[in-house]
Ligand binder design. Structure first.
Ligand SMILES: *[C@@H]1O[C@H](CO)[C@@H](O)[C@H](O)[C@H]1NC(C)=O
Ligand SMILES: *[C@@H]1O[C@H](CO)[C@@H](O)[C@H](O)[C@H]1NC(C)=O
Ligand SMILES: *[C@@H]1O[C@H](CO)[C@@H](O)[C@H](O)[C@H]1NC(C)=O
Length: 371
């Protein structure tokens, strides 16, 4: 129960506990109470998971993402974009929402309860990284150390990506580090404002929380079962493996970008969110990323290099994309670019074609250290 699924526009999470080095005044405390009242919507039902997380079942039309200023006039799409285009002899096999479901009633969506502690951390963090936080909720990119080992498809027109993410639980060295795996789609460089959609998992060491949950609203949930930010277990090194199947695709009619996990529809990023518009992804990355305020850096993936193969190193498989709007998901062109920031800490293999069912798979990660 240490891993967390995250998705967000403009990237993901993270909020940091700065070694408890903050204090808040009475005024600040009152301000936080006020914020909590705004953030936490009235619950139709409240669910506590086995691991102690609290989820409120909130009316789908009153979910907190709608507080986003760009979604003022947004009408929630309650039915999902139906993706017929998966190649039929290779359907995305999934275990449904098992592991993510919390059992909210139909007409509601599960929203993780924001606690005062989350806000205090967010505040402490934003004092350190005001720029990153305020401007784009992308503290990963603005931290002192941000390293990745990934594969990139450039100079393509991509309307959707489907892949299977192997999930691990890299051991962090301090609560303010982050390590995860993700798929990242963006409009690429060259535009005034870059639009990004990113999906993946990252370690929850109980001192981090999703910026999605608190400060980056915008993803509209449709599923009454799937709970963003729900913790779930990771794979065992050389043992049982845990995968999640992720699909992001643009609905060419509405212009919204839809997310499916394990074959089930989760929700969408409304087109209004993308100030610079998001017609097509010209930059797509798959791989691992770490963030650390200092050396040594945490492990990435399973903590082992790609040379250990499946079971030893973390993988992403079933790599497919849509190169036409609303078109078929086809195997990727394996001519991808490897981008590795610190090869003695983390590295990445090129994709290899394993089978018709699995398609292309690559491995990434490493132990970290002095990077
Ligand atoms: C992380 O996991 C711990 C233990 O399972 C849980 O208590 C905590 O609420 C989780 N944190 C978040 C942000 O989900
Ligand atoms: C994991 O499996 C690989 C390949 O079978 C083996 O070389 C390695 O020693 C194993 N490692 C551990 C810690 O069991
Ligand atoms: C990754 O690093 C390991 C350990 O140094 C090495 O054995 C392997 O060949 C490297 N792989 C690539 C693709 O560089």
């Amino acid at each position: 129960m240490d891993i967390k699924a995250i998705t967000s526009v403009l990237f993901l999470l993270i909020i940091v506990d700065v070694d408890g080095a903050w204090s808040i005044s009475k005024e600040e405390d009152m301000e936080l109470e006020k914020q909590l009242k705004i953030l936490n919507k009235p619950a139709i039902k409240t669910i506590r998971t086995d691991s102690g997380q609290i989820f409120d079942c909130v009316d789908i039309h009153k979910q907190p993402s709608l507080d986003h200023p760009l979604l003022k006039n947004h009408k929630v799409q309650v039915t999902s974009y139906v993706i017929y285009q998966l190649i039929l002899h290779r359907p995305l096999k999934g275990k449904g929402l098992s592991g993510f479901g919390v059992g909210c009633p139909i007409g509601t969506v599960p929203i993780r309860r924001v606690e005062k502690e989350d806000l205090i951390r967010a505040k402490a963090f934003s004092k350190l990284h005001t720029k990153a936080y305020a401007e784009n909720c992308h503290p990963l990119a603005d931290g002192p150390i941000h390293l990745s080992a990934k594969l990139a498809a450039n100079d393509k027109q991509i309307y959707g990506v489907a892949s299977i993410l192997n999930v691990y639980k890299p051991t962090l060295l301090s609560p303010d580090q982050v390590s995860g795996s993700m798929i990242y789609l963006s409009t690429g460089f060259g535009d005034d404002s870059k639009s990004v959609v990113s999906v993946g998992w990252a370690v929850n060491n109980s001192k981090t929380t999703g910026c999605y949950d608190i400060l980056c609203p915008g993803f509209v949930q449709q599923s009454h079962e799937f709970a963003l930010g729900r913790t779930f277990p990771g794979s065992n090194y050389n043992g049982s493996q845990i995968d999640i199947k992720v699909l992001v695709s643009k609905d060419s009619k509405s212009g919204d970008w839809y997310l499916r996990v394990n074959g089930a529809s989760v929700g969408y990023w409304p087109k209004e969110l993308f100030r610079g518009a998001f017609e097509v992804a010209k930059e797509v990355n798959w791989g691992g990323e770490i963030f650390s305020p200092r050396q040594p850096c945490p492990p990435m993936g399973s903590g082992h290099f790609e040379s250990e193969g499946i079971g030893g190193a973390c993988y992403i498989s079933g790599m497919r994309y849509q190169t036409a709007a609303g078109g078929y998901f086809e195997d990727i062109d394996p001519e991808l670019q490897a981008l590795v920031d610190s090869p003695h800490c983390y590295n990445v293999s090129m994709p290899s074609y394993l089978s018709e069912i699995t398609g292309y798979t690559f491995l990434f990660g490493g132990p970290g250290g002095q990077c």
